[in-house]
Design a protein around this ligand. Structure first.
Ligand SMILES: CC(C)(COP(=O)([O-])OP(=O)([O-])OC[C@H]1O[C@@H](n2cnc3c(N)ncnc32)[C@H](O)[C@@H]1OP(=O)([O-])[O-])[C@@H](O)C(=O)NCCC(=O)NCCSC(=O)C[C@@](C)(O)CC(=O)[O-]
Ligand SMILES: NC(=O)C1=CN([C@@H]2O[C@H](COP(=O)(O)OP(=O)(O)OC[C@H]3O[C@@H](n4cnc5c(N)ncnc54)[C@H](O)[C@@H]3O)[C@@H](O)[C@H]2O)C=CC1
Length: 431
C-alpha cells in the first residue's frame, strides 16, 4: 500500500485521533505513537546538556503539513511553530501543487564554507600566487583535520582567495560536510589552517569562522498549479486568481518593503520545518536574507510566472544549509521523532522538504492576499487561540472561535463574553 499524505478531515480531529490516523496510514508504527505525544524522552537532564543555565523546558506545538508530493514521493512535513494558520496554509498550497504534479527539487551538494581572514598582507599578488601554488597541499592539510568527514565521503573541495582591501585577504575553504550543517567542523578546519595560510601569505591571521551566506548550498524547488485548481466559489475564474498571484509577486519584485513580508511568508514554512527538525534556523535566516539582497536591492526568494498553457509556475531558490547528523539530531528525542516522522533520508532531503514548505506557505499567502485578504483564513484560526486565551476549553474553543470569526472581532474580552453566555446557556438548558 502506498502511503498517502492526503488525510481528509485530519484537521477536524483531536490530536489523539490524528495520531491514530497516522498509524492507520502507516506513517507511524503503533509502538511509536506514545512517543509522538508530549515531550516523551525530553527531560530536564537532556535539556541541561543542550544549553546553559537551564531552569525549565519550553514547548511548541508540533504539527504535520499534509498533501506534500515531493519528487514524486508522498511526504508528511513536520512543523513546529507558534503562529496559527501556517500549517493549514502549507497543507492547502501543497494540495494545489499536487494537482500540478507536486514539488520538484534540485539541491546543491552540502558545501559549508569556512573563512580565514588574513590581515596586514604585504603583497596581495604575491600572497595569492603563493596560496594558489600550494592549493593541492592545502586541500590535503585541511582534509587531514577532518578524517571522519572524509571517510564518509565529505572533505575539502576548493580553496578560494578573495581580496577585501589593499592589505586584507580572505581565504574560503569550501568543505562538503555531508549530513551535518558543518559549522563546528569547518570552524575547526579554519582554526587549524589559519597559521599555515597566514605563513604562506606573509600575513597575520584574523577571524576564522564559517560564513552563513551558504551560497554553495542552495535548493531550487519548483511547483506548477493548473489555473483550474485555483477556482473557488467566491473566485470562479482560476486565471484571475493566478494573475492576482503574479501581480502580488511583481509587487515584491518592485518594492523591498513588500519583498521582506513576502519572504517572511516563505520563512513561515522553512523555519517551522527547521525548528521541528532541530536545525539552526538563525543561520538559514541570516543566509536567506543576504541572498535575497545579493543584487544590491532586497528581492523575493520565490518567483511566480504563467506558463504558455496558463499554468501557474513557482520557484523558490535560496541557500538552505540543513542537518540531520550531529547537533540536536543527536541529543533531542523530539528532533529524532520529527526526522523519523518525515522519513528524512539526509540533509539534502531535509532541505528539499523545508524548501517545498517555504514555496507552499508563500503560495498560500499570495493567494489569500490577492483574493479574500489574509485576515479571513488567518484570523479564523487565530480566533481559536483567542478563545483559549479567554478560558474556553475542549469543544467550547470551536464554539467561541466560530462566533468571533462570524463577528470578525478577535478581542479576548469579546471571547470571554461569548464564553460566559454559552456557559450560561448550557447551564440553563440543563437546569
Ligand atoms: C487558512 C487557509 C488554508 C484556509 O483556506 P480555505 O480556502 O478556507 O480552506 P478550505 O476549508 O477550502 O481547505 C483547504 C485545505 O486547507 C487546509 N486547511 C484548511 N483549514 C485548515 C485547518 N483549520 N487546519 C489544517 N488545515 C486546514 C486543508 O489541507 C484543506 O484541505 P482538506 O484537508 O479539506 O482537503 C487559507 O486561508 C490560507 O492559506 N491563508 C493564508 C494563511 C497564511 O499565510 N498564514 C500565515 C500568517 S500571515 C503571514 O505571516 C505571512 C504574510 C501573509 O504576511 C506573508 C505575505 O504577506 O506574503
Ligand atoms: N555561525 C553559525 O552558524 C554557527 C553555528 N554553530 C552551531 O554548530 C552546530 C552545527 O555544527 P556541525 O559541525 O554540523 O555539528 P556537530 O559538531 O554536531 O558535527 C556533526 C557531527 O555529526 C557526525 N556525523 C555523523 N554522521 C554524519 C553524516 N552522515 N554526515 C556528517 N556528519 C555526520 C560528525 O562526525 C560530527 O561529529 C549547530 O549547533 C550550530 O548552531 C556553531 C558556530 C557558529
Amino acid at each position: 500500500m502506498i502511503r498517502t499524505s492526503r488525510l481528509s478531515g485530519f484537521y477536524r480531529q483531536s490530536p489523539e485521533r490524528r495520531r491514530a490516523r497516522l498509524v492507520e496510514a502507516r506513517w507511524v508504527a503503533p509502538e511509536e505513537v506514545e512517543s509522538l505525544a508530549g515531550l516523551a524522552g525530553f527531560d530536564e537532564a537532556c535539556a541541561d546538556a543542550m544549553v546553559e543555565n537551564v531552569v525549565g523546558i519550553h514547548g511548541l506545538p508540533l504539527g504535520v503539513a499534509l498533501n506534500f508530493l515531493v519528487d514524486g514521493r508522498e511526504r508528511l512535513v513536520p512543523m513546529a511553530v507558534e503562529e496559527p494558520s501556517i500549517i493549514a496554509a502549507a497543507s492547502y498550497a501543497a494540495r494545489l501543487c499536487a494537482e500540478g504534479g507536486g514539488f520538484t527539487v534540485e539541491a546543491d551538494p552540502p558545501i559549508t564554507t569556512a573563512q580565514v581572514e588574513l590581515l596586514d598582507v604585504p603583497s596581495l599578488e604575491a600572497a595569492r600566487a603563493a596560496l594558489h601554488a600550494h592549493t593541492a597541499f592545502l586541500l590535503a592539510e585541511a582534509d587531514a583535520l577532518i578524517p571522519a568527514m572524509c571517510e564518509r565521503g565529505g572533505g575539502t573541495r576548493e580553496i578560494e582567495v578573495r581580496v577585501l582591501d589593499a592589505t586584507t585577504l580572505v581565504v574560503h575553504l569550501h568543505i562538503d560536510t555531508r549530513d551535518a550543517m558543518g559549522a563546528n567542523c569547518v570552524n575547526s578546519v579554519a582554526e587549524g589552517m589559519a597559521p599555515r595560510l597566514a605563513a604562506l601569505a606573509g600575513a597575520r591571521p584574523g577571524l576564522r569562522i564559517l560564513t552563513n551566506l551558504a551560497d554553495r548550498r542552495k535548493v531550487r524547488v519548483r511547483a506548477r498549479v493548473p489555473a483550474s485548481a485555483l477556482v473557488s466559489e467566491a473566485f470562479p475564474e482560476g486565471g484571475v486568481v493566478r494573475d492576482g498571484i503574479l501581480a502580488a509577486h511583481r509587487f515584491a519584485e518592485l518594492d523591498p518593503y513588500r519583498a521582506v513580508t513576502h519572504n517572511k511568508g516563505v520563512m513561515n514554512g522553512v523555519d517551522a520545518v527547521l525548528v521541528a527538525c532541530g536545525n539552526d534556523w538563525r543561520a538559514v535566516e541570516a543566509g536567506a536574507h543576504a541572498w535575497a539582497a545579493r543584487s544590491g536591492s532586497y528581492r523575493p526568494l520565490t518567483s511566480w510566472r504563467a506558463a504558455e498553457d496558463g499554468t501557474l509556475e513557482g520557484e523558490l531558490f535560496m541557500p538552505l544549509a540543513t542537518s540531520t547528523a550531529g547537533g540536536a539530531a543527536r541529543t533531542h528525542p523530539g528532533v529524532k521523532r520529527a526526522l523519523k516522522l518525515a522519513r528524512v533520508s539526509g540533509a539534502l532531503d531535509l532541505a528539499a522538504l523545508a524548501g517545498a514548505a517555504g514555496l507552499a506557505t508563500n503560495l498560500a499567502a499570495l493567494k489569500a492576499l490577492s483574493t479574500e485578504g489574509i485576515q479571513k483564513g488567518h484570523m479564523a484560526l487565530h480566533a481559536r487561540r483567542v478563545a483559549a486565551e479567554a478560558g474556553a476549553r475542549g469543544e467550547l474553543i470551536e464554539v467561541v472561535a466560530e462566533r468571533l470569526s462570524h463577528e470578525r472581532v478577535y478581542r479576548p474580552e469579546r471571547a470571554r463574553e461569548i464564553l460566559d453566555a454559552e456557559l450560561a446557556r448550557r447551564k440553563g438548558a440543563r437546569g
